[in-house]
Design a binder for this molecule. Structure first.
Ligand SMILES: *Cc1c(COP(=O)(O)O)cnc(C)c1O
Length: 228
């Protein structure tokens, strides 16, 4: 069985190869370790092997791990669906939020971001697969949402996030990620982040401009949702 450290080497070499193949700068793609359902010890191992950025989907689970790992200088990214009653804790305990898809949530995050912390980094989740996915704003709603969010004082709008419909077909992956990149370009805002690509499609995402790939399974193994 391979260890988390082995998996990190393997994923890093996939990222490196895809970055070179796309003629992109060597360090232009960052690895976000998606640790949902995984115990704090796994994050500790990933930290020891050099990772700093961790993505979590479930607030209570994330807060528990943050307490257990308070001795480590980790950077926390919230990547799951957000209910209004969770915004305060997210604003207080995370550095990034990748999954903002409506203005009300962004306004609450801005109001609730503590004054002693830097502005919260935000990605707008956009739904480029139509009916297939429920989360994310529509491409039609994106321009108005992006301009409203970029005006909020305690947030820094960094870019877009997408989770296209899963497919093993490389051409379909490329088309979905290219659509995200062109939506980003059409906004005419100073954005530097495209959060897209997971374990099965990171090569395509990097070819289409991803700056964060969000990787769970390829680092930590399959998830067991029965375990708390
Ligand atoms: C779980 C999750 C991932 C990681 O997916 P893998 O296929 O395990 O790499 C990435 N992004 C989001 C938003 C997720 O919920």
């Amino acid at each position: 069985m391979s260890t988390i450290a082995d998996n990190i080497l393997e994923v890093s070499s996939r990222i490196h190869a895809a970055t070179l193949a796309a003629n992109r700068a060597e360090n232009s793609v960052h690895l976000l370790a998606v640790s949902k359902t995984k115990p704090a010890q796994d994050l500790r191992e990933a930290y020891a092997a050099g990772l700093r950025d961790f993505g979590e989907n479930y607030l209570q689970e994330a807060l528990g791990k943050q307490l257990e790992l308070a001795d480590l200088p980790l950077i926390w990214h919230f990547i799951g669906p957000i209910q209004s009653n969770k915004t305060r804790a997210i604003a207080e305990h995370f550095d990034w939020v990748h999954s903002v898809d409506r203005l009300k949530i962004a306004q609450r995050l801005s109001e609730q971001r503590p004054a002693d912390l830097p502005p919260l980094n935000i990605c707008i989740q956009v739904n480029v697969s139509g009916e297939a996915s429920k989360s994310g704003c529509t491409p039609a709603d994106l321009p108005a949402l992006a301009s409203a969010i970029s005006a909020l004082p305690r947030l820094t709008l960094r870019g877009l996030m997408a989770i296209p419909e899963p497919t093993e077909d490389r051409a379909a992956q490329d088309a979905a990620f290219a659509a995200v990149q062109s939506l980003q370009a059409s906004l005419n805002l100073p954005l530097d982040t495209l959060s897209m690509g997971m374990s099965h499609d990171l090569e395509s995402a990097i070819a289409q401009g991803a700056t964060w790939v969000r990787i769970g399974t390829a680092l930590f193994g399959a998830r067991d949702y029965d375990r708390p």
